[in-house]
Write a protein that binds this ligand. Structure first.
Ligand code: CTP
Length: 397
């Protein structure tokens, strides 16, 4: 997902690098366009460093021979103008195209979202309000500024919302037109811990990265997402309902509760690395090392994915298969044994993909096909997987 951030020349432009970072934390790629005045408030060099050189600040620069403004505008999935000054709002409303922000705005066909920021009196003046109304009439989104203390010393409406809120508003705008809009998606992620005594447990190296990336991608596609996750170090994504659990049994109970609700999920994705076995008895006190312990008796944990699928309450059930060998055959076997619409299979045991890595290489195995996705970041894979899942949901509906 590529965001083109148009920055205009008001004092709030100093927040632009923070806005870029906030989008990047949500795994968006960011390019920037600056008005000449914006470049006096915020250093294009800082933005170049943060975006890997994706900055358009001079229409007559030598590198502009590639018609950068058109390329930027074409590639963008959304254009965000923040801050938008009264002057820039007027330019956008009246079709000016004499500097990078208004030119990109005019060349873009993606959704555009504008965050005005200025002195309260300026914001309330008729010309500004009329220009805002004109932009809204044309289908662009204009977010009213926050109220509060302004850089000019006034208190009132005119503040640029904080970067996290800007990102949330943009994500919500994109989600509204998303392919899973109105759908419920339940995801399990991360490892489980099966305690032997209060200080020792059986677990696995899962970090939850893939499940969390899927939760973000499903949310960005407009779904209402519940993420039931085992112990992980990541914070849950914004806009996703997170339920933290510890053991396979807890995870199973949390999932069952959601499945039995009046409106069960449309999609279940079992991305968790659920422990298959748990100690048959958990010692209530710490086992001492000189206490003889030859074996730890184990018992099977509930198979959460198989139970959800067998309940018949979730139309599209998706599983993961982490295999060291015969990846596709094992995935096919899992697909039919658990009655799934799709298995996402990957090879584990290699040095640079799978558990705990940011990248992975997976195969999407369904009844009739195997689609092998090239090695990519988990965020990119998650978007592709969610789009495949959206196809499956459309076919069921
Ligand atoms: N799964 C689950 N509950 C369990 C075990 C696994 O929901 N108790 C889910 C995982 O989230 C994953 C899929 O089932 O989506 C993995 O299938 P599984 O058959 O458990 O894989 P393995 O543990 O690798 O099984 P096997 O040893 O048979 O290959």
């Amino acid at each position: 997902m590529i965001v083109l951030l148009g920055i205009s020349g008001g004092i709030a432009a100093y927040k632009a690098p923070e806005i870029v970072r906030a989008f990047q934390r949500r795994t968006y790629q960011v390019a920037c366009a600056l008005t000449p005045d914006a470049a006096r408030f915020v250093s294009p060099m800082v933005l170049r460093t943060l975006t890997g050189g994706q900055v358009l600040d001079d229409l007559f620069a030598a590198e502009e021979t590639g018609i950068g403004h058109i390329t930027f505008a074409d590639r963008a999935d959304v254009m965000v103008v923040a801050p938008a000054t009264a002057q820039t709002i007027a330019r956008l409303a009246h079709g000016f195209a004499d500097e990078p922000v208004s030119l990109s705005f005019l060349a873009a066909t993606c959704p555009r979202i504008i965050f005005p920021a200025m002195n309260s009196n300026m914001w309330q003046q008729a010309p500004v309000q009329q220009n805002v109304a004109l932009l809204r009439e044309r289908g662009h989104t204009v977010i009213d500024p926050d109220s509060g203390e302004l850089a000019c010393g006034w208190t009132g409406p005119g503040r640029l919302p904080d970067p996290e809120r800007i990102v949330r508003e943009v994500a919500a705008l994109l989600a509204g037109s998303g392919r899973l809009s109105g759908r419920r998606v339940l995801i399990t992620a991360g490892p489980t811990r099966e305690f032997i005594d209060p200080v020792r447990f059986l677990s696995n190296p899962s970090t939850g990265k893939m499940g969390f990336a899927l939760a973000e991608a499903a949310r960005d596609a407009g779904a209402q997402v519940v993420l039931v996750h085992g112990p992980v170090t990541m914070s849950p994504p914004d806009g996703v309902e997170a339920v933290a659990v510890v053991s396979a049994e807890d995870m199973s109970a949390a999932v069952e509760r959601r499945i039995l609700e009046d409106e069960p999920p449309d999609v279940f994705i079992g991305a968790a690395a659920v422990a298959d076995y748990t100690p048959a008895d958990r010692s209530p006190s710490k086992l001492k090392k000189d206490q003889p312990l030859d074996a730890i008796p184990l018992q099977r944990t509930p198979d959460i994915l198989a139970t959800v699928s067998a309940s018949g309450r979730v139309p599209v059930c998706i599983g993961f298969a982490a295999e060291t060998n015969d990846v596709i055959d094992n995935a096919r076997e899992k697909l039919s044994r658990k009655g799934l619409a799709l298995v996402i299979a990957n090879q584990v045991g290699t040095a640079d993909a799978g558990f705990a890595h940011d990248h992975n290489e997976v195969h999407l195995v369904s009844k009739d096909s195997v689609v092998s996705l090239p090695r990519a970041s988990k965020a990119d894979l998650a978007r592709t997987i969610i789009s495949t899942i959206a196809d499956l949901v459309d076919n069921v509906a």
